[in-house]
Write a protein that binds this ligand. Sequence first.
Ligand SMILES: [Zn+2]
Length: 137
Amino acid sequence: MPSSDPKQEPFEDWLRPYRKEYSRTRARVEGVGLVLRGSIGLRRVPCGKPTCRCRRSGKGHGPYYQITWAEGGRTKSRFLSPTLVPLYREWLANAHTLDRIVERMLSISREAADAVRSKEAKRVQARKAPKALRRPR
Ligand SMILES: [Zn+2]
């Protein structure tokens, strides 16, 4: 039997639509493959041999693919075989997809937090109202 006492109204009723959308959004994480942070660029490198043409031209060798990322407050990088570039790009894209899903989970949670806060404020207000009506005029 549903209670008419607003004190008995569970938060779960208010949260149901948010939990539903949250679950749907969270389920999308399942489809995300390996994730990688960083960016892929091309870089020319001098070899250091004093007689090499790369020293005279000042251009270095390459360009070679390189992935660069931040780790523990430092920038790290590794040279990358061209064969691996498509795979790495896919993993980088997966990280962006994961970011968008997590952002959505955070915004749904924020909406839920706002909704219960405003519902709770109205509920408290409703309980105070009768007292105000009883106030002598
Ligand atoms: Zn060289």
